[in-house]
Ligand binder design. Sequence first.
Ligand code: NI
Length: 166
Amino acid sequence: MALLNILQYPDPLLKQMAEPVEAIDNELEIFIRDLEATMRAGPGGVGIAAPQVGILKRIIIVDVSSKPKIKQHGRLVLINPEITEWEGMAKGREGCMSVPDYTGNVIRAKNIKLSALNEQGEPCEYDMEGFEARAVQHEIDHLDGLLFLDRLVSRHHDLFQRKVYK
Ligand code: NI
């Protein structure tokens, strides 16, 4: 297992579109294992996207099970994820391992329907809400070259410097 180097803003790779995964092979399985280890080693690691380690493939991992009392699906490896329905809007605070010194307020859909392949390449569908839906929307943005900095409600009022990242 290897921990991967997390790219930080303003690395230009973070602004690139990622390509769909076409085959799930042994090499990809090893990459997914390393990507998950990298997420879990990071502070506040509830999600990670492959472009954050410089791999421009449409793979994200989300696991918000550390947050108490919220609806969630546990550990999710989502390959070629697509949001098919959005409902409601809510403003919430986000952080990102690629933007370690700041957090920011971003408006996201409250509820989403999501389709993706799992690690075995099987198509899956999920109904998500709240924090898990926010985390997935944040990670899918990385696949499209977007950071939460690109979605701040106001750069003046919704960007906050961190003292300690935890
Ligand atoms: Ni992020």
